[in-house]
Design a protein around this ligand. Structure first.
Ligand SMILES: [Zn+2]
Length: 74
């Protein structure tokens, strides 16, 4: 299972998608939303807002909006 390179938390598709969107698309070394948000000095809520926006735009890094919401956040 892929885990956060900073805190070791198991990563969801949203963690990975957000990291790739914000940091680097080609990396296999991903961080969770909390750590990525902290890196950019934004809140997790802001991070989720960004994710939702890309999701609505049809970004392929995230599952389509309205898809089964497994593993989503807390
Ligand atoms: Zn983390």
């Amino acid at each position: 299972m892929t885990t956060c390179k900073q805190c070791g938390r198991p990563l969801t598709v949203y963690d990975i998608g957000f990291f790739k969107k914000m940091v680097c698309r080609g990396t296999a070394d991903c961080a969770c939303i909390a750590c990525t948000a902290a890196h950019f000095q934004i809140s997790e809520a802001e991070a989720w807002a960004i994710i939702r926006r890309y999701q609505r735009l049809g970004c392929t890094l995230f599952p389509p909006e309205g898809a089964a919401k497994t593993n989503e956040g807390e």
